[in-house]
Design a protein around this ligand. Structure first.
Ligand SMILES: [Zn+2]
Length: 374
């Protein structure tokens, strides 16, 4: 039942009873203790249906329940927040990390101090800490496998370390999977039977939701979309292999190509700045804009041909490119994938900020504590 709320958003008892195939009395028996514990709350009624009748009062997570700490760990910075179960951020801090090529202790101290300051500001003890890591993680052990831009953290048992420091349950997962959880809880993935998330920026990654479950693969090894191969003799990737999707669809590629095209501000180019140049009628920028869209589309087309999620939520830098970039990517994907029945492909913009990842990191803890699958 909690999973239904997580999936569908605020839902009435009648609807929950219908979905669970039980009567209303049974649902009330389950729900009432959760309301008494201030975990769930009845919110304002939805407008009455056209046929009239008493408006239903949907159930939703209570803002008074214990909140959750969500943390986003990227190679250069850590961002922590404390969020209520209805999605309000009570406190947050973001701190730059010391070089990822130096010793590990100073990095871990900054992570812990960022979490500590956020917890103190929130003044309410959270249920646990969920951490989204922008690198490979072993979800079984809560350990970082590798962060390409911060090798100091390779093999670091982040889950155990923070559990010991804060005496709270800790869950560690891959950044794009946290985005997916955030999308399902509060975003455009709500109620979708299946979808994929793709994040682009300094790095590229993805996550998949199928048959009512977030797909992680063995020990969380799935979703490394950035290191699927798109060019047999392509460029050397940061992972040491050749021709990964990451080499043609991240900001490193965009900045290099912007430099070759002599675009202004090439060293700091992103999709938003490129879109602004296109808007001003710069032909070279328009050409690069379309190539970038095509490069991103190639990986999505491969995913569509392999698993046909049909619905894609794109996060990160591409969102800054606005609707023209999302539409350009969608156009290329549709051209690359043969049309077929049931093959309508929809691509939508997610979040260019950290919000979806932070909420998703918190959502990971909720699914663990309440033992419902995400
Ligand atoms: Zn690679």
């Amino acid at each position: 039942m909690i999973q239904a709320l997580f999936d569908l958003g605020p839902t009435s008892r009648v609807e929950l009873a219908r979905l669970a195939g039980v009567n209303r009395t049974t649902i009330s028996g389950i729900v009432q203790p959760l309301i008494d514990d201030a975990f769930l709350v009845e919110i304002d009624p939805l407008p009455a249906s056209a046929g009239g009748g008493k408006p239903a009062r949907p159930l939703w997570f209570s803002p008074e329940a214990r909140p959750i700490c969500g943390v986003l760990l990227m190679p250069d910075a850590v961002h922590a927040c404390v969020v209520t179960l209805d999605g309000r951020i009570l406190a947050e801090h973001r701190m730059e990390l010391p070089s990822g090529r130096g010793p590990v202790e100073p990095i871990v101290d900054v992570i812990a101090s960022c979490v500590d300051r956020t917890l103190k500001d929130a003044t309410r003890l959270p249920l646990g800490i969920g951490i989204a890591v922008g690198g490979m993680v072993d979800t079984d052990r809560g350990t970082i496998v590798t962060i390409n831009l911060a090798p100091a953290l390779d093999e670091f048992p982040l889950g155990t370390s923070l559990r010991d420091r804060f005496d709270l349950p800790v869950r560690v997962d891959h950044h794009p999977r946290a985005l997916l959880v955030g999308d399902r809880w509060f975003g455009k993935g709500r109620g979708m039977p299946q979808f994929a998330v793709v994040y682009t920026g300094e790095v590229l990654g993805g996550a998949l939701f199928f048959d009512g479950h977030l797909f992680r693969g063995a020990a969380g090894a799935g979703g490394e979309l950035g290191h699927t191969f798109v060019q047999i003799d392509g460029e050397i990737c940061r992972c040491g292999r050749r021709g990964c999707w990451d080499t043609i669809a991240t900001l490193g590629w965009l900045r290099r190509e912007a430099g070759r095209a002599k675009l202004p501000g090439a060293r700091h180019m992103d999709s938003g700045r490129l879109a602004a140049l296109v808007e001003r009628g710069d032909a070279a920028a328009a050409h690069l804009f379309d190539r970038y869209a095509h490069n991103i589309a190639i990986g999505i087309a491969n995913l569509q041909q392999t698993l046909a999620p049909n619905y894609y939520i794109l996060h990160g830098d591409v969102v800054l490119g606005g609707p023209p970039l999302i539409e350009a990517i969608a156009g290329h994907v549709r051209n690359l994938v043969p049309s077929r029945p049931g093959g309508d492909i929809e691509i939508v913009a997610g979040d260019a900020t950290d919000r979806a990842a932070l909420l998703g990191a918190a959502g990971l803890v909720l699914s663990d504590l309440l033992q419902f699958p995400i």
